[in-house]
Design a protein around this ligand. Sequence first.
Ligand code: FCB
Length: 457
Amino acid sequence: MSSYSFPADFIWGAATAAYQIEGAAATGGRKPSVWDTFSAQPGRVLNNDTGAVACDHYNRYASDIKLMAELGIRHYRFSLSWPRILPDGRGAANQPGLDFYKRLVDCLHQHGITPHATLFHWDSPQALENLYGSWRSREIAKDFSDYAGLVVRELGDRITHWMTINEIFCFTHIGYGIGQVPIHAPGTIVSSAKEVWQTSHHALLAHGMACQAIRAASLVPCSIALVDNFVPTVPIAETPEHIAAAQTAFHLNGTNGGIAEPALTGQYSPALLKQLGADAPDIQDGDLKIIHQPLDAFGFNNYSGTLVRAIDQAPGYEFLSFPKSYPKLHMPWLFFAPDSTYWGIRHISETLNRPDLPIFITENGCAAEDELTTNGEVLDTDRILFLQQYLRSAHRAICEGYPLKGYFVWSLLDNFEWAWGYDRRFGITYIDYATQQRVPKSSAHWYAECIRQNRVV
Ligand code: FCB
């Protein structure tokens, strides 16, 4: 009997994002995104790396897709670059940009790979940042939904799996800093926490309006998802009191109660609003209805979690920080927390009361200090350990009846890891940036075997 088997229709995939892999930043009519501007400023990104060339995927997409097919990967999550398609963020479409994505998607289909397209993975058009401060303005919701409608009219014959926005927290809450230099683009310092919450509220509105635009534009039935990196609360032990503590604490962990919760339930967490007080965003009449669109799936980007325990005093729970020697991978925040997969899925179904909503793990993976051996291998057994344990936790969720339908490893390729540049490697494929040579790591071969056997090997 083989263990850790997944359901026959389970989706195994790999994920990437446009700015992190494409390069060709000034090719085919593309204009800058906020990440081009941010990374061009000295000192913003480690080693002053930029995404100008990245993995040169714009020119090498065909061989990258061939590699994916050879590994047996049949589902690919990638993102479309808004400024490649609409260089000014709005107005006239850029045909060479659209043509690139048509070629890419046709090539995926030729290799039997299903495309899952994210409309926005952080690369806001710089033109809109200049025009009205992008996410600081409500205007962006209309521009984003127009862009979404355009993309679906142009590519909706080839793509039926849409994801609106990736990780609202990251490009809003850590892209706009209060009184300190933010670590993500656009790197704009705002003056209050309320202004920051307003940026994520605008992103939620953009998501909601984009859902409406996609449904209106798609000529065929399609699936729409939001992708979020809510942070699961994980009970210190699985006893009724610690589980209850993790469930109560869920709403107040990071931005959980202000991003995933309104999107999936139509309400900001009341406990969060109380805690925010005057820092809460302004919410206009009708906003929550727009934000709370029917979704076909929810994308969970899963890296780590927060441990919680029950305590006797109010509020009845306590967030625990990770002790000094707690195991982590090659990022300061990447604590090894495989139970976060199971708990993340369970919290969506149970704590947010959405047992009906299919869930995909749209990212899971880790940075490791990969080294190429003299005979050309990358023996990333640390990454295998990481993926194996998180996938076992995913398997547990399925066995207990939670609606997990698929999994996308982050990432297909080593790539431009935002403020960490090329210093941090998240790929199952190693990239030698000097030659652009691709070397599938041991984890890629291991993952291929999981897919082949439809189980965690
Ligand atoms: C996620 C991002 C993705 C990548 C991974 C490591 O937050 O969505 O682009 O940077 O982290």
